[in-house]
Design a binder for this molecule. Sequence first.
Ligand code: AHG
Ligand code: MN
Ligand code: MN
Length: 333
Amino acid sequence: MRRITLMQYLIEQERQTGWINADLRLLIETVSRACKAISIAIGKGELAGILGSAGSENVQGEAQKKLDVISNEILLEANEWGGHLAAMASEEMDYPHQIPHRFPRGEYLLLFDPLDGSSNIDINMAVGTIFSVLRCPEGVSEPDERAFLQPGTAQVCAGYAVYGPSTLLVLTLGHGVACFTLDRETGSFILTQNEMRIPADTEEFAINASNMRFWEPPVQRYVDELLAGRSGPRGRDFNMRWVAAMVADVHRILIRGGIFMYPRDARDSSKAGKLRLMYEANPMAFIVEQAGGIATNGHARILDIQPTGLHQRVAVILGSKNEVERVTGYHAA
Ligand code: AHG
Ligand code: MN
Ligand code: MN
């Protein structure tokens, strides 16, 4: 079988389909190189002294791990000089990062969650990186937060890396979803799965059940029915999984189906959910839809939400079509 590297795949898309141009290709290659560097750092773990807390907090008041900060820096440094970007935004930075004046500016905006599931780092479990690409609005030379506040439908590309037993890169250019596996010997990402599809039906669900007492009635009803299994209204048994890294939970759903929920809950009425719209929910929703799944907040399609803040949170229900439609229907009832 011909081994197709990420670089070859992207060049072929540029030549044959016109889905990407040279700048976007450079952007994706650069992000993939940064993910490789993050993967290497994670692989060294305690040997490189990179586990544990950084002793700081991000804009959302969450304690930063050393690897949150390192991964953020790797992505910034890799992407700022290539001339393909107008600005970057990240979970770990209050405000957008401007491209230093000594480098040329490009037409794209890059958003990322540099390390997703970072509480897993210290226990040697899977973590990931999520990214989303938007176009910089016409005529904007110093993009501030407002330039980024575009709905998920405006994304030109999105992807994630999952650092598990293998390091994978999953990518959509808006025409299906492809998965690449890092060959650690050659350093190339190799195409290992094209046209990923999420089965419409599933027997597996993912939710942090410790928050059950805070859930709203539609989610409560839906999960109660799953838990009732064969003797309940669904007439069959369901299994549960929760990795606590959205990337890994969503990747499982891309491989074998399932429904993932981080719903709005009553813990803090000022928060619409836990996950962040711009660099977690939107890129994952884009990927899930491109693989035939659905992503909603219970009431609306995630990709249609008009953002109001770079770090705004959103309820997320995504995955296998028939299950997401069912729980969304309970919200409307
Ligand atoms: P991050 O590490 O980027 O802050 O994201 C963690 C998120 C997400 O990946 C995961 O699904 C969720 O937090 C887990 O939350 P709980 O610890 O509440 O289960
Ligand atoms: Mn995250
Ligand atoms: Mn993170």
